[in-house]
Design a protein around this ligand. Sequence first.
Ligand SMILES: [Zn+2]
Length: 493
Amino acid sequence: MSGRHVSVALLIGAASCALAQRPGGAAQRAEQVPRNDPLVQRIIDEGLHHSHVQPDLEYLLDVIGPRLTGSAGMQRAVDWAQQKFREYGLSSVHAESWDFGKGWTRGPATMRLLAPQERELFGASWAWSPGTNGPAAGDVVLVDARSQADFDRRFRGKLRGMWVMLGPAQPITNPDAPPATHADSARIDSIARANAPHSPEEQQFFGQRQYQIANEHALGIIRDGGKQFGLLSMSGSPAAISPIPQVVIANEDYDQFQRLLARGEHVRFEANIANSFARDDLKQYNTVAEIRGTEAPDQVVLLGAHLDSWDLATGGTDNGAGAIAVLEAARILTASGVHPKRTIRFVLFSGEEEGLFGSQAYAADHRRDLEDYQAVLVLDNGTGRITGMALQGQNDLADLWMHMFQPVDSLGLHGELVVRSGIKTGTDHLSFTQYGVPGFNYDQLTAGYSHTHHSQIDDYDHTVPADIAQAATIMSVNAWQLADLPELLPRGR
Ligand SMILES: [Zn+2]
């Protein structure tokens, strides 16, 4: 093996762990990575030179559009994805239902600053929050309480009819161009540290302060978009339906409000929002297709990404890119004539943005079969090309991953794909690792992801089809390798 990308700590950890638990296991496993070079070359050629990523991505984003879970757009995407899987020759194509909860529809929203100056503001409703029933104007107050006692002392009985800013403005950083000076960076870090909850008690209070504010009969809550250049970041979930209207505005405006309040100015804000909730709870669907295994069809390698998106734009980097990569991997593998020993299954999850709900439901529904899942590989870090893999606590698989990357190393940055120790959070692989299934989420170039995701510019123009084709190609090669390994991988913890 070559240890070029693996930290010393990981090498020591991997060696002692592997030797203690299964003599020679890790090394043997790595040597067993199938080396059918003509087939791998066919997969790579199909992925890089006959790609369908661009037209499929363009159709999903520009024609189908936003895919908020529970919306008509999401249903169109589920129907279209099944049609594409069939067209590409996959088998067992179907949609699996799960219980989502209340649907939510964004209505028109306008926002204005009324005092100390008058101007229109560009903002958006937080998801799963109600409308205002007409124009709702009120004074703005910054609620920076960090504990229940602090809130009770300073704000109890004082918020009626007011628009409440939820904490101080966030410090803004450009993740693709870090602060120029050490002083800048130290200032940003210290604001971020000061804003964050410092104890479990503070964390708990931050989690439910919106309900405290609603109980005080505030008009609504104003959130900080938290990004540069007026970009918003929105979220919300049927698991936390907001009792009062909530809006997100640009960081620049939020920061201005905060400066005005600090000067003692009277700040007045108005919003007019018309959202609606579905009357009944909804079922939603994960889209499933597979290439059936020839020798162990019940053993499964799962390639996954979420098809749902937020609705301020068309969900290009979060996660049209990943969904199209998984669809494209299905096409690449069938077009390459792969007949894997294990089943390779492709799952486009829904409800990810509201709390990994679709993948949680899938894993729960299939929990009796998960012992036979070889691995789950997820792509959900934007449009940037794959740079490597974090081992998600299974450091004894470092050798294996380095062997699996060998045939596609040249597609990495500087001709290398990096295997590193590290645990990634926030994507659908977590729904499987909790059952011990080896689950991974590829590392990718950021490619502006911190700006685009959950924003009003998460669209086709911010995707990189060539990078998604690279990702689909690597996922295809890895899926085939894992499907043909002699043994199942050791379970995660
Ligand atoms: Zn995502």
